[in-house]
Ligand binder design. Structure first.
Ligand code: ATP
Ligand code: MG
Ligand code: MG
Ligand code: MG
Length: 477
């Protein structure tokens, strides 16, 4: 079943059950606590917090999500994208546990002819919160899942909360058993790669008070109106229904891997694990970058722009390491737009802008990548030669300041080389630089500009094209 069909079946299932379809919000919402929308419920927050009255009791959506927290997992686990689509159904003081569990079960297990996903019930393992006897009884007695396939998990995995005081409640998650080829027996408690999490059902029933973090907090009492918030990973369901090994090999992502293979002349899945990770990183990050630019993000030195810059530069470096020495960004981004535009038409409308932004970032980084990589290799060799294992803050700063290497890239390269980086030294140099910039700005404002920079230009003679350098020198965190 194609990804597009999986999305549509989800929406149809819940529309049929009286839900209002709400289109995906932008990845960028006006929320100071959130870099990107990272879950389907985010646009509904004001309703759950009681700040606004929802115009419906039941809603369903497929929301674009970006999780920067998962960047380091990409390509390494089989199930983490930085951009993914979270399908959800929401009840605002309307139905609760019984219906939420029933709706989820019928969509997953109804036959394909009947509008469902046709998953065999024996492959599904629900979890419930430690003391949630009510949810367990529904799974066991009403749905008919054998008790040994229902696991209980603690606060970290199976309890959700938002704000203090704010709504909170137990979750019930649904995992799919991919079989012994993917890991050991024993349910999600034993192995979350073999048992892949596909759906999280959150039962908002209490008000959370202060407490010692996620592991231990006070419950102030029950919510006046109970809510349901669920999230199903479309890419994970695609992975299962298409019988592929991981979320990067589904119908919408595998074409990007295939393109990377053609452009680099290297085979994917030929037994080289490190290469395969790079292919998956390219597919994932190219896709996320296109979606972010489509929602208004531009590469920059902090916040959202920095995330985008880091993703794009990681694509460029991975492509180079796989052996391509020509620009490739245009091809990748164009393909992402082709594959994703049927669900997100704004991508096609902004095709030119999205491609241009990504290509400019590739150009500015390609220019310094080789020189920076050489500096890194020299620094790594010198570090090893002196029996040390830490790349100096100075080198990390030069890589950043002169060669446009985001610090995360240097950290990643160091880790690949079995080394670490003096991050404190790096941060101190960054702070000094900021201080200098501030002092310069103050001097300029007060009319006492340091004119030596102009002197230098005069000494240098005729002006040269500096477009690339300027883009690179922007690369300051
Ligand atoms: P995991 O434990 O696998 O990291 P999660 O518990 O962090 O997942 P939730 O926050 O419960 O995920 O999100 C709801 C659903 O969204 C998950 O059940 C999963 O199907 C999907 N999902 C979460 N993170 C990702 C991701 N990085 N890539 C693709 N799908 C994801
Ligand atoms: Mg996670
Ligand atoms: Mg989880
Ligand atoms: Mg979860």
């Amino acid at each position: 079943m194609q990804t597009h069909d999986i999305r549509q079946r989800f929406l149809d299932h819940f529309i049929k059950a009286g839900h209002t379809e709400v289109p995906s919000a932008s990845l960028i919402l006006d929320d100071p606590n959130l870099l990107f929308v990272n879950a389907g419920m985010v646009p509904f927050k004001p309703y759950f917090l009681g700040e606004q009255t929802p115009p419906f009791d039941r809603a369903t959506s497929v929301q674009k999500c970006v999780r920067t927290l998962d960047i380091d997992e990409v390509g390494i686990t089989t199930r983490h994208n930085t951009f993914f689509q979270m399908a959800g159904n929401f009840s605002f003081g309307d139905y609760f546990k019984r219906e939420a569990i029933g709706f989820a079960w019928s969509l997953l297990t109804n036959s394909v002819a009947d509008g469902g996903y046709g998953i065999e019930p024996e492959k599904l393992w629900p979890t419930v919160y430690l003391d949630d006897d009510e949810a367990e009884a529904i799974w066991r007695d009403e749905i008919g899942v054998p008790a040994e396939r229902i696991q209980r998990r603690g606060l970290k995995d199976n309890y959700w909360s938002m704000g203090v005081p704010g709504p909170c409640g137990p979750c019930s998650e649904i995992f799919y058993d991919r079989g012994p080829a993917y890991g050991v027996e024993g349910g999600p408690e034993a192995d979350e790669d073999r048992y892949i999490e596909i759906w999280n059902l959150v039962f908002m029933q209490n008000i959370r008070g202060p407490g010692g973090g996620k592991e231990d907090y006070e419950i102030l009492g029950p919510l006046p109106k109970k809510n349901i918030d669920t999230g199903l990973g479309i890419e994970r369901v695609a992975c299962i229904l298409q019988g592929v090994d991981n979320v990067y090999e589904t119908d919408l992502m595998k074409p990007i891997i295939d393109l990377a293979s053609r452009l680099t002349g290297r085979a994917y899945g030929a037994g080289n694990h490190d290469d395969d990770v790079k292919f998956r990183v390219i597919a994932d990050h190219a896709r996320t970058s296109a979606l972010l630019i489509g929602d208004g993000v531009l590469p920059g030195n902090d916040g959202r722009g920095y995330v985008l810059r880091r993703l794009l530069r990681r694509v460029v470096r991975s492509v180079r390491l796989l052996g391509a020495d020509q620009p490739t960004m245009d091809d990748f981004i164009s393909l992402v737009i082709d594959t994703m535009a049927p669900s997100y038409p704004n991508l096609a409308e902004q095709r030119e802008h999205i491609v241009d932004v990504a290509v400019a970032e590739e150009a500015s980084f390609s220019n310094t990548l080789a020189a920076g990589s050489k500096l890194f290799a020299d620094a790594a060799a010198a570090t090893r030669a002196s029996q040390a294992s830490t790349i100096s803050g100075d080198d990390a700063f030069t890589l950043h300041d002169t060669y446009g290497f985001p610090i995360d890239l240097t950290l990643e390269m160091a880790a690949e080389a079995g080394l670490s980086v003096d991050q404190e030294g790096f941060t101190a140099l960054m702070a000094e630089q900021k201080q200098r910039a501030k002092a310069d700005a103050t001097a300029r404002k007060s009319g006492h500009a340091d004119l030596s920079v102009y002197r230098e230009f005069l000494d240098r003679g005729p002006t040269m094209f500096t477009g690339f350098d300027e883009l690179v020198s922007e690369a300051k965190v």
